[in-house]
Ligand binder design. Structure first.
Ligand code: IMP
Length: 190
């Protein structure tokens, strides 16, 4: 099954490929001629996932899906949430975002957080959304160099190390994106 994944993030692409498995041929944005950044102007993860998927569908007419992910920290009332990519700066500066998060949580004992991924799938013009969540906590210092984004600071429940200290397979088996893609597979193979 051929399907466009609306991302330019190589980490996301390989994570999603691994969970989707062999039965699916993922086509990248570049391969369908979309080289610009798709504007993420929504106020929620659901809106942004939908905006990105529709952007691709309107330009290509191809079956496609897009994901939007946010880190929601309880003590920060759900921030950075939909602003996770641009938490510290206008760009996707992972190191600056992690520094800011540690600063905001200095002296805070409630470190509870969750990652939430929303995927919008458009198939034959019809849109469906699925979601994946992983609960965990924010570490007091960065650890590990696998993965991307907030991975060096996020310790999932039931684990003692951060996502950045895990293999890609292990992260995929418990992560927000892994769970959302598992739901996506259910829809695609129904
Ligand atoms: P996006 O809008 O879905 O690309 O995600 C927004 C931001 O959330 C990214 O720029 C990353 O900082 C962060 N993020 C998304 N997925 C992950 C993940 O799996 N691990 C760590 N951080 C992530």
């Amino acid at each position: 099954m051929k399907i466009v994944f609306a991302t330019n993030n190589a980490h996301k692409l390989s994570e999603v490929k691994a969970v989707l498995g062999e039965g699916f041929e993922l086509v990248t944005l570049k391969e369908v001629g979309i080289v610009e950044d798709i504007p993420e102007t929504g106020e929620t993860l659901d809106e942004n996932a939908s905006i990105k998927a529709r952007y691709v569908y309107e330009r290509t007419g191809l079956d496609c899906f897009a994901d939007d992910t946010g880190l929601e920290v309880e003590a920060l009332n759900g921030a950075p949430g939909v602003r996770s990519a641009r938490y510290a700066t206008d760009g996707h500066d992972f190191a600056a975002n992690n520094r800011k998060l540690l600063r905001e949580l200095e002296g805070v004992t409630n470190r509870k957080a969750r990652f939430r991924t929303v995927i919008s799938l458009i198939r034959s013009g019809e849109e469906i959304q699925v979601e994946g969540i992983v609960n965990g906590r924010i570490a007091t210092e960065e650890a590990g160099c696998e993965g991307f984004g907030y991975d060096p600071l996020f310790i999932p429940d039931g684990e003692s190390v951060t996502f950045a200290e895990m293999s890609a397979d292990k992260k995929n088996s418990i992560s927000h994106r892994g769970r959302a893609v598992a739901e996506l597979v259910k829809v695609l193979t129904k």
